[in-house]
Design a protein around this ligand. Structure first.
Ligand SMILES: [Zn+2]
Length: 474
């Protein structure tokens, strides 16, 4: 297999940075070499080793996005990125692994759902991928299936919903049973923590009052109902034996407080947030005049910039109350998809497309002094990999998969539909965002997939990765 030497860059890990060369042999990292060592070993210019010049650049583990929804059915339509377009866009953004959600809807079978997701992804991905399993109907069969998936399928995390009654919702008893099972088998429980029963009442009342614009999506999903559900999920997890619990897409200070309090009390509770909750707001995006705001309808919703949510979420990232930044990438086109909700915000498909921009947007947090360079690597690569048992991912160390992002800190990225945009959507939720730094080169298991502002990867290069149990607590 071919050798590749990434030379002259600053290698950044979750714990520090050092000038070093990264030697790749085939699909894995062979060594991290001190400056000059490569020449001594005969690996430099003139050898048969391909050299990637990383002078003046950061060399970091490729991004791991543990929350995406490619081709996910939602509200009578389907997320617009296929596994091919979505993973290609991810590669453009320095992401080398995604973990997508196989969906068991209420009434469906878990194994059929997982098989369905394999069919969608197999042979189509530009980068490696793994699956979480959504349990939309907790019963004897699905509890049995959870065990089977952990033992045989490399699927070790299960997402439950306290929202979306009738579609994905589990009641407290079902949640407790799934948590007890997860606790027995060592699996991670992921939770969409919003009180969907109460939300549905507020939605019906708003519609009856004629409040149908996109912004009412946020007003009918108040932060209190995210905080309440987060609290309830945490208490249920404690009753279930302190099962590891991971709160997805956190947007509200009220929810963060619950997580922080539980962590201080010694409970195995983790949480992620997403770029939209760090940068976007009701006022600047969702409440735009007319139907424009539909582009930013997602759940949990954007929050008011006049409250303190995004400020608190950045603080949570610094303090490790939030362990991970994912995207909850769930793209829908404006035409025909978001437009299904004209005249009724409740019919707008929920989701924002961001898989391409997470590394870029979070690097701006480094530039702005919100997080350190090391924390950028930790929250976007190293911890998501460890949290979800991707034991070969998220670190540049001998034996790990050679998934690498070479990042140019002196570059600049203009985000927008006519600019950098490779997701299969007819608009960008990040239109007009200008960020420092730039994706330079992306390597997936030893194969260069992005270089010189071009995608040079291939569909089908990406492989399904069987995951182990979370490494975060062991
Ligand atoms: Zn999601």
């Amino acid at each position: 297999m071919a050798k590749l030497l990434i030379q002259g860059g600053t290698v950044v890990s979750a714990t520090g940075r050092t000038v070093a060369d990264v030697l790749i042999d085939g699909e894995t990292i062979a060594a991290v070499l001190a400056p000059g060592q490569a020449e001594t070993l005969g690996l430099g210019a003139g050898s048969d080793v391909r050299v990637v010049d990383a002078s003046g650049k950061y060399v970091v583990p490729g991004g791991v996005d543990v929350h995406t929804h490619m081709q996910m059915p939602f509200g009578g339509t389907e997320a617009s990125d296929t596994f091919e377009t979505g993973t290609t866009a991810a590669a453009w953004g320095g992401i080398t692994t995604i973990v997508d959600f196989a969906v068991q809807n209420t009434g469906g079978s878990v194994q059929d759902a997982l098989a369905d997701w394999h069919t969608k992804a197999d042979g189509n991905c530009a980068i490696d991928y793994a699956f979480h399993q959504i349990i939309g109907g907790v019963d004897e069969d699905s509890l049995k299936a959870m065990r089977y998936l952990v033992d045989n399928e490399g699927v070790t995390s299960f997402k439950l919903f306290m929202a979306y009654p009738g579609v994905l919702y589990s009641d407290d008893g079902q949640i407790l049973r799934a948590m007890q099972t997860a606790n027995e088998i060592g699996a991670m429980v992921m939770m969409h923590a919003e009180n969907g029963i109460a939300i549905d009442v507020l939605v019906a009342q708003a519609i009856a009052r004629g409040e149908t614009d996109p912004k009412y999506h946020a007003f009918t999903r108040p932060a209190d109902l995210e905080g309440e559900a987060t609290h309830r999920a945490i208490r249920l997890a404690r009753v279930a034996g302190n099962v590891p619990l991971y709160i997805v897409h956190m947007s509200a200070s009220e929810a963060l407080e619950e997580v922080a309090a539980a962590q201080h009390a010694g409970q195995n509770v983790f949480a992620e947030t997403c770029p939209q909750y760090l940068y976007l707001s009701i006022e600047d995006q969702l409440a735009q005049p007319g139907f424009e705001g539909a582009k930013w309808v997602c759940s949990t919703p954007l929050r008011s910039k006049h409250e303190h949510h995004s400020r608190d979420l950045w603080k949570g990232l610094r303090m490790n109350e939030l362990a991970v930044v994912s995207t909850d990438h769930c793209p829908f086109c404006f035409k025909e998809q978001k437009e299904m909700g004209i005249g009724n915000f409740a019919k707008i498909p929920n989701g924002i497309g961001s898989v391409e921009h997470r590394m870029e947007l979070l690097y701006q947090g480094v530039v702005n002094g919100e997080i350190s360079l090391e924390r950028w690597v930790e929250t976007c690569s190293t911890t998501p990999a460890r949290m979800f048992g991707l034991s070969q991912k998220g670190q540049l160390a001998p034996g790990f998969d050679a998934d690498v992002l070479v990042w140019d800190p002196n570059g600049h990225t203009s985000i927008g539909f006519e600019k950098k945009h490779h997701m299969n959507m007819d608009h960008s939720a990040w239109e007009g965002f200008e960020v420092d730094g730039k994706v330079d080169t992306v390597i997936s298991r030893g194969t260069v997939v992005v270089e010189n502002d071009a995608y040079v990867g291939t569909k089908g290069h990406g492989r399904f990765v069987k995951r182990g149990l979370s490494e975060y607590l062991r």
